[in-house]
Design a protein around this ligand. Structure first.
Ligand code: CP
Length: 322
């Protein structure tokens, strides 16, 4: 067990911080999915609130932009009856040179119970978890190109809801694997949950070195890579993390790796198309596919609320015993 892995748990072995999928057991991931299922099943009822986090204060600390993750964390916390504060980093004292640790110390002094953190630097959420008081939980809402574990869990929830059983699936992940924190977390979750075939498809310039050691089969040809796939996950080009020229042109990329109705015919007839968002129409996915019958992209967003409710309630319960 690594120090990073141990950091996530109480001495009694309860999940207190949710920072990475790496090293988490199949039974824990399944417990998260089952807990999320119990929240999702009441999401259509008129009264959607649970008193589980009443009296708790949660701060959404987003140093990078977000639409889906921040909003669904906000809704999840509200539905668990917590008080939520969305920090506006652009108007905070960070712009006056305050360090991350000083920001955290000051917020901690306001009796916060949980930080939900997004940061452009890999390891930022781990750093905060290492320095907060023992009764505070930290949830990683995306750090650099390292991990986006709650996104991976809502993706697993979506796959399980549609396909039921992970043990017979071929899952294809297409696009900018090199810069994608989502892909890293998805691959860890798919492997842990027992998916036998995980394909990654990208040009050589957008694949990490030794990517096959992550437990995936590598393809540079899109149609071969998505052949007979049950699930096709599309990723956007993470231009904000690119430091050089990784591609000839976007139109060339679309021709080779953009998911069109025609290319989708290589996958199984009942294949689902997923995307963590934001989507770039005409770059990695055609509008006819993004809005088509196979797409579950907006379902992923909806399920994000229940999955984040599950993770928040489980971690807060563990931190409350500290
Ligand atoms: N999937 C995802 O992280 O989207 P946002 O950047 O909008 O939160």
């Amino acid at each position: 067990m690594t120090a990073n892995h141990e950091l996530q748990f109480t001495p009694e072995g309860k999940l207190k911080h949710f920072l990475s999928i790496e090293g988490l057991s199949k039974s824990l991931l399944t417990e998260i999915l089952d807990t999320a299922e119990s929240f999702a099943s009441v999401s259509d009822q008129q009264v959607k609130k649970f008193p589980l986090l009443r009296g708790k204060t949660i701060i959404n600390l987003f140093f990078e932009n977000s639409t889906r993750t921040r909003t669904t964390f906000d809704l999840a916390a509200t539905r668990l009856s917590a008080d939520v504060l969305n920090m506006d980093i652009s108007t905070s004292a960070t712009s006056k040179g305050e360090t991350l640790l000083d920001t955290i110390r000051n917020l901690e002094a306001m009796h916060v119970d949980m930080f939900v953190v997004r940061h452009s630097i890999s390891g930022a959420a781990h750093f905060i978890a290492r320095h907060v008081a023992p009764y505070i939980s930290v949830i990683n809402a995306g750090d650099g190109n390292h991990a986006h574990p709650t996104q991976a869990m809502l993706d697993m929830f979506t796959i399980r809801r549609v396909k039921q059983d992970f043990s017979q699936l071929r899952v294809a992940i297409v696009g900018d694997i090199l810069h994608s924190r989502v892909a890293r977390s998805q691959i860890q979750a798919l492997n842990t949950l027992g998916v036998p075939e995980i394909h990654v498809i990208a040009p050589k310039t957008l694949l990490p070195a030794k990517v096959e050691t992550l437990g995936v089969k590598v393809f540079n040809d899109m149609e071969k890579g998505i052949q007979e796939a049950d699930v096709v996950i599309m990723l956007r080009l993470q231009k904000e993390r690119m430091t050089g020229a990784f591609l000839p042109t976007e139109s060339e990329y679309y021709k080779c790796y953009g998911l069109t109705q025609d290319k989708l015919k290589s996958a199984k007839p009942d294949a689902i198309v997923m995307h963590p968002g934001p989507i770039n129409r005409g770059v990695e996915i055609a509008s006819s596919v993004a809005d088509g019958m196979s797409s579950v992209i907006l379902k992923q967003v909806s399920y994000g609320i229940a999955v984040r409710m599950a993770i928040m309630s489980m971690t807060m319960q563990a931190a409350g015993t500290q």
